[in-house]
Ligand binder design. Sequence first.
Ligand code: NAD
Length: 352
Amino acid sequence: MVAPFRYTVSAAQVIFGSGSLSRLADAMTEQGGKRALILSTPHQKAEAERIAASLGPLAAGLFHDATMHTPVDVTERAMAAYNAAGADCVIAIGGGSTIGLGKAIAYRNDALQIVVATTYAGSEVTPILGQTENGQKTTVRGAGILPEVVIYDPELTLGLPVAISVSSGLNAMAHAVEGLYAQDRNPISSMMAVEGLRALKQALPQIVNAPGDIEPRSEALYGSWLCGTVLGAVGMALHHKLCHTLGGSFDLPHAETHAVILPHSAAYNAEAAADALKPAADLFGGSLGSGLYDFAASIGAPLALRDLGMKEADLDHAAELAAQNPYWNPRPIEREAIRALLQSAWEGARPR
Ligand code: NAD
């Protein structure tokens, strides 16, 4: 029997395909945008400048200081640049860091947002903004935070370094795994989760072998769109809570932390959510935790928190924090079991 569900569709327009960057100007003007502030990280400044040049007078200015975890002081500088340029919309070119900055601007002034997504993190299709101030990361959710248009052009991901591609792809897969057992899941979110996992499982090993090959890049971007949409549509649980804690309180890198934790959080929930996780377990050889671990190892993903700079002495504190105000999770969040999970993840052990 189909379980009762509620399904809310997000209103964003998605333009997908090789060469779809050429649709940017039309996408912007169709939405009523006339003067865009173009956003990027320092690393993607040249790409942003090229895109601004192609937009001609539709580009009102550039701001290329986007930073991970969306610090509020950077947002304030970007808001000043937006106002000084007389902009009426933002174009974010990049991954979650740049997209977060665009969302932070729209959260404050309701700017139209167009995103050209170049990683697999999925932020472009969620109504969620995480921002940091005085060392505290807080998350807000709201319809105005969701970008109006997302362009996925796989050609822009050809230069995404293999190591970032691998971690970012596993970050996307984590959204899908948690989406499968979400309390508020629905048949559409579950279909998207399984298809997203399938696409990324197929694409990531091919990207490792041939990073400049457009076909797996396209498949991975398609998978990341699906997984991101799941993140935006249903609630997350233990895995995201743990990664939020490790990133926010111990300054661990975002995508890599997701990559290390995923096999362990999946193993933690494997029994309690066995039915919901079955399609994912089937994809990874029957046992999801060890299957994901072997997959991550085979594509050269980071496997141990100690390799990301986490100190063993901090694991007790991390377990305390993760067990405080826990998100809903299929298996109860027990401090001792979380401490054991963190120990395995710190050592890089294969989950049993
Ligand atoms: P990122 O945006 O920080 O990108 C990592 C690095 O890769 C940057 O230097 C970037 O410029 C570079 N890069 C990106 N695309 C590239 C490309 N195609 N070619 C070459 N270099 C490229 O990393 P991320 O993992 O995408 O985002 C992490 C941030 O996003 C975190 O702050 C996280 O909290 C946030 N996030 C938010 C949500 C949400 O729904 N709110 C979801 C996922 C991630």
